[in-house]
Design a protein around this ligand. Sequence first.
Ligand code: GRF
Length: 207
Amino acid sequence: ARIVILISGRGSNMMALVEAIERQGLPVEVAGVVSNRPEAPGLAWAQGKGIPCRTVDHHQFADRAAFDVALGDAIDELAPPSGRPWVVLAGFMRVLTEGFIARYPDRIVNIHPALLPAHPGLHTHRQALRAGALLHGATVHFVTPEVDVGPIIAQAVVPVLTGDTEEKLAARVLEMEHRLFPMVLDWLTANRVTVSAEGRALLDGSD
Ligand code: GRF
């Protein structure tokens, strides 16, 4: 299977994916990494690994639609659409248009640092603390046009502890993200995940 990873910054989830592929010998080729920010630290790391990298800077486009066309073109150049690559959003901080999503039906996945449907959007750790949540975590889901509501593939849970700050909680969640995302990538690329007619993600066709 081929994947293209989209990042916007640090890229620790991307690193966790690449390292899991190497360590576990997963039959997955990282065809490329695309960032919407030229200065994303994750890009330099991927380059150092010899992974083809592209920047599609959203500042250079008049609108979301134009950016998304260029983004899709960069992805297709790295991994031809005929090979049905997976588009893996790993800390990619741009909302995608319906037009972009339609280019890769049921092939785009995202990691969100909260237990969806709780705490969609930004500042998820702050949201969880303010809500007094005792449990928090991360979700990997298919990307659909409505933000953070696509079919949930898997979640990982962490406790919220007394004295937690946003930073402490974020670090605890991130550690789980780094375990959850490679696990889901393995399922996806082994074709173990399907989306039902009702729009639910099913593992091995189970219910
Ligand atoms: C992660 O917590 C991800 O879930 C969120 O932003 C963070 C990105 O971190 N969307 P990194 O770039 O993968 O290190």
